[in-house]
Design a protein around this ligand. Structure first.
Ligand code: G4P
Length: 287
């Protein structure tokens, strides 16, 4: 994560988002499909208030598809439309526009009632750093989309991207911070690479990833690391077997935890362990 968040930066980011919000009809909020809860901004609901919004679960190619469906249902149960996308392979992008337009149906009906001439719906993307905002915008607009000029009363230098005739998208996304001071959240953000590596102990993050795999995806660990299928009680046993199998050893055949940890984290982030979700809607979280 390139941005270091300090109170001053957070304040500035929030004001920037609020000023962009005034120009749009609908907010497209991105969250990482592997950690939808942890990758959302804690204040976003307060900031956007009752503006129509859609949650887009990004990097769905890396998340457990079954759990992603559970998350979408979880949000829909709260009256929030949620869709999932895989920008890397351009999958699911078409549904974002449909979902966003659907959220503005009431607004469009109001225009009609008042005899206001319909115009393209204005949308903006919001998300924490590294959630996939630029990738999604680039893949979504493709090469066909022409930039359209500044509009009266709208911040200069800001461009609108034409998404067909029904929607214009603000070309610069809103960036907000995650709730990284919360250890539950910090651990998950770190595992996905949303926090700078220098700030973390990769061994701890590897333990965390192994712990989740041990509980939900033991077969993925067995397969990826070619481990023997035998009972293992603790994450440490898994960790050590992985280290041994991969030759992450110090003098005297002692496990090189640092090296093994770095390997597990890197392979998880690259999707090499398979599709893994690190949080679920029914996880117990202490407030
Ligand atoms: P941001 O604008 O929100 O900060 O995020 P950005 O699009 O830069 O994406 C952050 C990282 O996430 C990038 O990887 C990007 O390739 C990856 N990413 C974005 N969307 C997807 C997706 O749908 N699936 C997968 N698997 N990855 C995705 P990077 O390693 O930082 O950069 P790069 O080496 O890919 O260029």
């Amino acid at each position: 994560m390139d941005i270091q968040w300090y109170p001053g930066h957070m304040d500035k980011a929030q004001k920037e988002v609020q000023s962009k919000l005034k120009q749009v009809d609908v907010v497209i909020e991105l969250a990482d499909a592997r950690i939808p809860r942890s990758s959302r901004n804690p204040l976003l609901e307060t900031i956007i208030q009752d503006k129509p919004s859609v949650i887009v679960l990004t990097k769905a190619d890396l998340a457990d598809p079954k759990v992603t469906e559970e998350w979408k249902q979880y949000y829909r149960d709260q009256g929030i439309e949620a869709v999932d996308v895989d920008s890397k392979h351009k999958k699911g992008l078409h549904v974002i526009k449909e979902a966003a337009l659907q959220q503005t149906e009431r607004l469009q009906a109001r225009w009609k009632r008042k005899g206001i001439k319909p115009r393209a719906i204005r949308a903006m993307i919001i998300g924490i750093p590294n959630v996939g905002k630029s990738t999604l915008i680039n893949q979504w607009i493709g090469k066909k989309t022409a930039k359209i000029g500044d509009r009266p009363g709208i911040t200069k230098n800001q461009q609108w991207l034409k998404m067909g005739k029904e929607m214009d998208l603000l070309d610069t996304p809103g960036i907000l911070w995650p709730k990284f001071e919360d250890p539950y959240v910090g651990e998950r953000l770190a595992a996905t690479g949303a926090i700078k590596d220098e700030l973390l102990d990769l061994q701890d993050i590897a333990y965390f990833i192994i712990g989740i795999c041990q509980e939900y995806y033991p077969e993925k660990l067995l397969q990826r690391f070619g481990l023997e299928d035998k009972p293992r009680e603790t994450s440490l046993e898994w960790f050590e077997d992985i280290g041994r199998k991969r030759g992450a050893l110090l003098a005297g055949a002692e496990i090189d935890y640092e090296k093994a940890g770095e390997m597990v984290v890197r392979e998880f982030r690259g999707g090499l362990l398979g599709r893994i979700s690190l949080e679920r809607p029914d996880d117990e979280i202490s407030e």
